[in-house]
Design a protein around this ligand. Sequence first.
Ligand SMILES: [Zn+2]
Length: 105
Amino acid sequence: MPNKSYFILSVSILIAGLASAIAFAIQNVPVWMFVGIAILLAGIILLIHWSTISYEWQCEECKTTVQLTMWENVRGLNVGVNRKYLFCPTCKKKVTFRGIKKTPE
Ligand SMILES: [Zn+2]
């Protein structure tokens, strides 16, 4: 699946989940509201997965590029737009990395 359609799909699921959660909350149907929240969470997870496979990270000191796992992507501390504070295997310390969008297939 091309990365762009994957992104659009994730965002659509997220919005659909959010909209149904709100709609069922207003109508006071808690069971379906939780289904909406579950869909919303699925959308968020898909979005995190999309960002994991779409970006690689470059050390700002030694220019080493790394590919994060999904968990590292979640755990990595964001410091500004497209910047993460991560451990660099080459520098052997925590430094800032810059997110680089991979060229779409
Ligand atoms: Zn480095």
